[in-house]
Design a protein around this ligand. Structure first.
Ligand code: DAH
Length: 340
């Protein structure tokens, strides 16, 4: 029996020397320490040992088992440690490496332009009001001095939602809503989406406008020109001049169309200004006395100026965009050009 133990000890020594992985360690345990292992076989062999020798041999086997067990435990701990070490090494991060570049989004050119326009006017003391996109006929037309069957309604092809309910065709109904809720002095901007059944290279069924309204004592056309002159200089550059041309809008009297001197050719005439040296940018005028009356404001005491600017038009002029559709296609190759 002692010889058997000795032979097994040698076998253990030689086997353990080649254990390098957890799998090999588990095979080692199966071979020697499990219930079906060689040490258990030795135990079973005790039966054939004489009664006098049995306690001594039993003790020897037990000591041997403890010895192999201790070797097993020590090796298991060592393998665990090695595994941890190699994992730490493979997961090591070099914090001195440059980080991956995260591509940042950018604002849409319409938003950039709207913000810029609002900034210019905010600097002049304008507050911002936003009205509803679904309007009633009353606010969109009637109280703006566009009565039912008025030919001016044909100027704007309207999307109706129900009878007398429509998608606002302009931001001008914002004027009525502001004057209903606030008494003069008034100085507001109404930015927002507007809708018209119209579509070509420069028109879209949905587009954006920025409305302006100032109501106070002694407001004149000079105030309008001064204000808009400042505005266009801030948007297109200091060298740009403004010119007012007579026009017609039902809600203003007199009404004007505002042109800027062509910032492309400096006024000499080019394809952008169609050879005229001037570019039309917005409409405005002195608020019609009937509109003030419709909002309970006495036109004898107060007067007002108003203007409406197409945001897409300003963006297209400023960035040289020749087709309005580009602004709505969300093609990243186009949009990425507006990163600041
Ligand atoms: N609402 C007009 C339009 O959509 C633009 C406009 C013209 C607004 C003159 C005004 C204004 O406030 O005074 O065509």
């Amino acid at each position: 029996m002692q010889a058997k133990i000795k032979a097994l000890r040698e076998q253990v020594e030689s086997t353990i020397g080649s254990v390098h992985t957890k799998e090999e360690l588990s095979a080692f345990w199966q071979q020697f320490l499990s219930k079906k292992g060689s040490i258990q076989d030795l135990m079973k062999g005790l039966g054939s040992v004489s009664a006098e020798e049995r306690p001594t041999i039993g003790k020897l086997i037990n000591e041997f088992k403890n010895e192999v067990n201790a070797k097993y435990e020590a090796l298991a701990a060592k393998l665990e440690e090695l595994e941890l070490e190699s994992r730490n090494k493979s997961e090591q991060v070099d914090i001195t490496l440059p980080s991956k570049k995260i591509s940042k989004g950018s604002l849409h050119p319409i938003t950039i332009t709207k913000d810029l326009m609002c900034d210019v006017f905010s600097g002049m003391g304008f507050e911002i009001y936003e009205g509803p996109e679904i309007e009633d006929d009353d606010h969109n037309f009637t109280r703006l001095n566009v009565a039912k069957n008025h030919p001016a309604r044909d100027m704007q092809d309207t999307f109706y939602v129900a009878e007398d309910i429509l998608l606002r065709t302009h931001t001008s109904p914002g004027q009525i809503r502001v004057m209903d809720s606030k008494k003069p002095p008034i100085k507001v901007l109404v930015p927002g989406r507007v809708f018209r059944s119209d579509s070509d290279a420069t028109h879209s069924p949905m587009f954006h406008q920025l409305e302006g309204l100032v109501v106070d004592k002694k407001i004149t056309l000079c105030d309008l020109q001064g204000l808009l002159d400042q505005f266009v200089k801030k948007i297109f550059g200091d060298g740009v001049k403004t010119r007012l041309r007579p026009s017609f809008f039902p809600f203003t009297e007199p009404s004007v169309e505002v042109d800027v001197s062509c910032f492309e050719c400096g006024g000499k005439g080019c394809s952008l200004c169609k050879g005229t040296g001037w570019i039309e940018v917005l409409g405005g005028g002195i608020v019609h006395h009937k509109v003030l009356e419709n909002c309970g404001i006495d036109p004898e005491e107060y007067s007002g100026l108003a203007f409406g600017i197409g945001i897409e038009r300003i963006a297209m002029l400023k960035y040289g965009i020749n087709n309005i559709g580009l602004l709505y296609e969300n093609d990243l190759r186009f949009l990425k050009q507006f990163k600041d």
